[in-house]
Design a protein around this ligand. Structure first.
Ligand SMILES: [Zn+2]
Length: 157
């Protein structure tokens, strides 16, 4: 409109001229702002790329640890199966009444149904066994099952 010759009034032309100058200044300001933002974004993009690499490393480490955990769990599961199988074979050779007593003691005494007799003390409850009862235990036949008079655990002599 400014240069086309369709507007002839001098005031209108001056107004268009002022608008044009103002728009050019505004365009220059916006271009400067865009360049400034680009400059600011460069180090951020570098940092982002570094963080992505660190994330990849962390994900690889998690995958590695997860794999090793799964292997360890499989090994533990296999060991549990072996121990359970060995336990079953051992139980087959024992007197069922003794096994039943052992299972009941184990259940009622925190998972430990058998204890060693160490000198005059039960290694299960750690109490001294009175001397008269200790003599009875010591003189009992080797194949007799004896129990701690304090806690009731089967004593291994
Ligand atoms: Zn005891």
């Amino acid at each position: 409109m400014l240069y086309g010759g369709t507007v002839t009034a001098a005031k209108e032309l001056e107004a268009y001229q002022a608008d044009l100058v103002s728009l050019r200044v505004r365009q220059s300001d916006l271009e400067d702002a865009a360049i400034e933002l680009l400059e600011k974004s460069e180090p951020l993009e570098v940092a982002l790329a570094r963080q992505r690499l660190a994330l990849d490393d962390a994900n690889a480490a998690v995958a590695d640890v997860s794999g090793r955990l799964a292997d360890a769990e499989a090994a533990v599961d296999e060991e549990i199966r072996e121990v359970a199988s060995g336990r079953s074979s051992l139980l087959e050779g024992l007197d069922p009444d003794v096994v039943e007593q052992y299972v009941a003691l184990r259940r009622s005494l925190g998972g430990v149904g058998v204890a060693r007799l160490v000198k005059s003390r039960c290694d299960g409850c750690h109490l001294e066994i009175p001397s008269a009862q200790l003599e009875e235990i010591r003189h009992a036949p080797d194949d007799e099952i004896v129990n701690c008079p304090e806690c009731g655990r089967i004593l291994v002599r």
